[in-house]
Design a protein around this ligand. Structure first.
Ligand SMILES: [Zn+2]
Length: 126
């Protein structure tokens, strides 16, 4: 039981760190958004600015979605539904989750999947 708690704590740490990162990024984007001066630019600059704003909004949306995923994962964590391979039900290693917090499969299943995809591709190409 202690082993489970230890793992859960490590995973929670990963998620909370990631969350802090994302929240910080969202805040930065919001500040950049507010700092954008309007009304003092000529048409050429304005269209350029609009383009930049579009990019920022996409980034903001991406980070918002990420934040939602992290919050979902934090809810799943105490119920032991986070960090479990959807294919075989094995625990996904903490190291893998650190690199990819939303990995759905363990390394073994992922590798097998990629191998199958590769075989499938070779077959359809031939
Ligand atoms: Zn698996």
């Amino acid at each position: 039981m202690e082993q489970v708690d230890k793992r859960r704590k490590a995973l929670q740490e990963i998620l909370l760190n990631k969350k802090r990162e994302v929240v910080q990024q969202i805040e930065n984007l919001m500040v950049a958004q507010e700092d954008t001066p309007s009304g003092i630019l000529d048409t050429g600059d304005q269209s350029l600015k609009n383009h930049e704003t579009d990019v920022d909004l996409t980034l903001l949306e991406m980070n918002n979605r990420l934040l939602k995923e992290i919050e979902d994962a934090l809810i799943k964590l105490p119920e032991n539904r986070y960090g479990i391979c959807e294919e075989c039900g094995a625990e996904i290693s903490a190291g893998r989750l650190k690199a990819m917090p939303f990995a759905k499969y363990c390394v073994t299943c992922k590798e097998r999947q990629e191998l199958f995809e590769k075989i499938e591709r070779t077959r359809t190409e031939a």
